[in-house]
Write a protein that binds this ligand. Structure first.
Ligand SMILES: CC(C)(COP(=O)(O)OP(=O)(O)OC[C@H]1O[C@@H](n2cnc3c(N)ncnc32)[C@H](O)[C@@H]1OP(=O)(O)O)[C@@H](O)C(=O)NCCC(=O)NCCS
Length: 239
C-alpha cells in the first residue's frame, strides 16, 4: 500500500473475528491514484478509461487497486498478477483461490473493501440522501414489517432509516452473489438502529442464512456487511 494510505484507508470495527472491512476515503486517495493505477491490469485500465465522470473513474481505480494490494498483502501473489474475474452473477472473485473471500462497494466519497476467511461476504455503502421516491421504493423492496416501521418514524428520520435498511439488504444479496435480482422484500433486516450482529436469509431456490452487522462508514453514509452463516459456507443460490 502507498505510505500515505494510512491517512485514507482504515479498518472499521465489526462484530466478526474473521471479517475485515477497510474504509477508503476516496477524496483523500485522489493524490495516490496514479501510483495505484499501476497495479491494475490492462483490461481494468481500459474499463477505467470508459468512465466519463472523473469521480467514477477514480472510484473504480482506487477501489480495485486497493483490493489488489490487500489481496497481495494476504499472500495471494503480486498485486498486478492476480486474476480477478466476475462469476456468473458478476461478482468479482479469484478463481480457485485460497479461502479468502472479498467484496467491495462504493458511494460518494467512500468505498468499502471487505474480506472474510472462508465465508462468502457482501458489503454495501450508500450516501444518505433525501429522495422523493423513498416510500415507493420501500413499498416495492421492503418487507411489510419494514414499511410499517418506517411509517412510524418521524419524517426527519426516514432517509437514514431507509438507507440503513437498503444497505443491509444489499450486503446480504451481494454476499449471496445474486445482487439486486434477489427478492429483496424477503430479506428482512429491519430499519432501526441495531448494534451487534444478527441473522437474515436470502430466499430463492435454496434460501441461505447470513450474519449481518452495520458498519460505521462516516457521517452521511449507511453501510453494512454480511457473511454466510457458518452452516451455509460456500455454494451459490439461484433466484
Ligand atoms: C452488484 C450490484 C448489487 C451492485 O450494486 P451498486 O449499488 O450499483 O454498486 P456497489 O457499489 O454496491 O457494488 C459494486 C461492486 O459490487 C461487486 N459486484 C458486482 N456484481 C456483484 C454480485 N453479483 N454480487 C456481489 N457483488 C457484486 C463489484 O465488485 C462492484 O464493483 P466493481 O465493479 O468496481 O468491482 C448490482 O449492480 C446488481 O445487483 N447487479 C445485478 C447483477 C446481475 O444481474 N448481473 C448480471 C450477470 S453479469
Amino acid at each position: 500500500m502507498p505510505d500515505r494510505a494510512s491517512s485514507w484507508c482504515e479498518i472499521m470495527p465489526t462484530p466478526f473475528a474473521d471479517v475485515r472491512v477497510h474504509r477508503l476515503d476516496l477524496a483523500a486517495a485522489r493524490g495516490d491514484s496514479v501510483r495505484l493505477a499501476a497495479v491494475l491490469t490492462a483490461p481494468e485500465r481500459a474499463r477505467a478509461a470508459l468512465f466519463r465522470r472523473t469521480d467514477d473513474r477514480l472510484r473504480f481505480v482506487v477501489t480495485r487497486a486497493v483490493l489488489r494490494l490487500l489481496l497481495a498483502e494476504a499472500g495471494l501473489g503480486p498485486p498486478e498478477a492476480l486474476t480477478i474475474v466476475a462469476d456468473g452473477n458478476g461478482k468479482p472473485e479469484i478463481p480457485h483461490s485460497a479461502p479468502l473471500r472479498f467484496n467491495v462497494a462504493h458511494s460518494g466519497a467512500v468505498a468499502l473493501v471487505a474480506f472474510a476467511d472462508g465465508r462468502d461476504v457482501g458489503v454495501d455503502v450508500e450516501a444518505v440522501r433525501e429522495r422523493p421516491d423513498l416510500r415507493d421504493v420501500a413499498a416495492r423492496f421492503f418487507a411489510r414489517s419494514e414499511v410499517e416501521a418506517l411509517g412510524r418514524l418521524p419524517a426527519a428520520e426516514h432517509a437514514a432509516a431507509f438507507h440503513r435498511c437498503w444497505v443491509r439488504k444489499e450486503a446480504c444479496v451481494k454476499a449471496a452473489g445474486v445482487g439486486l435480482r434477489a427478492p429483496l422484500a424477503e430479506v428482512v433486516v429491519g430499519v432501526g438502529v441495531r448494534p451487534g450482529a444478527w441473522a437474515a436469509t436470502v430466499g430463492g431456490g435454496a434460501p441461505r442464512a447470513f450474519e449481518l452487522a452495520d458498519v460505521a462508514a462516516g457521517s452521511g453514509y449507511a453501510a453494512a456487511v454480511a457473511v454466510a452463516a457458518p452452516a451455509w459456507r460456500g455454494g451459490r443460490v439461484s433466484v
